[in-house]
Design a protein. Structure first.
Length: 230
């Protein structure tokens, strides 16, 4: 269960996170998208024209995300982040948008927030997914000394990193717990996808359950190569 022990001193303990990924895998804890969604037949996704906080993001303008389908019984919606070729199921009633390099999704009250990225490990100056996770955690802890970071390698080879005591942002009522799920490409060890979910600290357990749902229903086009902006 331990990875890169030599980098632990740099900010990341590779062990079972306090948010409890049981048995090396994520668990939904019996929760479904109905526990996080609200019935609106997918209407909210037609309003996801801006990123969290509004305006534009990254190097390009935000744009609407493709709504693939709606499951009214499950209170879920299927969306495709076209710029990064990642398809996900989200709770109904959420909103989603994207720019040239990432997908964004969030609950209507913005307490639950998701970001999905393509990661080029070589471009980031690291050798693989484990090195990336350790380096990112060390950097965050250096900037924010009160943040705690722990990690575990899951049975499919992906890495779960849990950040606790994350300072609240504008509009938040409490500190945050943030989950990073680093999924290495099965075709190229130098690339992967990063799924980040941030939730209120008091909802950490439910957040981990939601992360399991998101992971189970995420489909990644590994043939896709993210182009860099000119």
């Amino acid at each position: 269960m331990f990875l890169l022990a030599g980098l632990a001193a740099g900010g990341l303990q590779f062990c079972g996170p306090s948010a409890r990924a049981q048995g090396g895998d994520l668990s939904t804890g019996g929760l479904t998208f109905r526990d996080f969604g609200m019935a609106d037949n997918g209407a909210s996704f037609s309003h996801g024209q801006q990123s969290i906080g509004g305006g534009t993001t990254g190097a390009g303008r935000s744009r609407s995300t493709k709504l693939v389908g709606v499951d009214s019984n499950a209170l879920s919606a299927r969306v495709q982040f076209q710029s990064i070729k990642v398809e996900m199921t989200l709770p109904m009633g959420w909103q989603a948008t994207e720019d040239w390099e990432r997908g964004l999704a969030y609950s209507i009250d913005k307490r639950y927030r998701v970001i999905v990225w393509r990661v080029d490990f070589e471009f980031e100056g690291v050798k693989d997914a484990e090195h990336y996770a350790a380096t990112k955690a060390g950097s965050i802890k250096a900037r924010r000394p009160g943040v705690e970071a722990r990690a575990r390698k899951l049975s499919d080879g992906s890495l779960l990193v849990v950040y606790e005591n994350v300072p609240k942002a504008q509009g938040d009522s409490e500190t945050r717990t943030v989950f990073d799920l680093v999924v290495p490409s099965p075709k190229d060890s130098k690339s992967g996808v990063l799924l980040t979910l941030g939730v209120p600290a008091s909802d950490a357990n439910r957040g981990l359950n939601l992360l399991a749902l998101l992971k189970q229903n995420m489909r990644i086009d590994w043939q896709f190569v993210l182009s860099k902006p000119q």
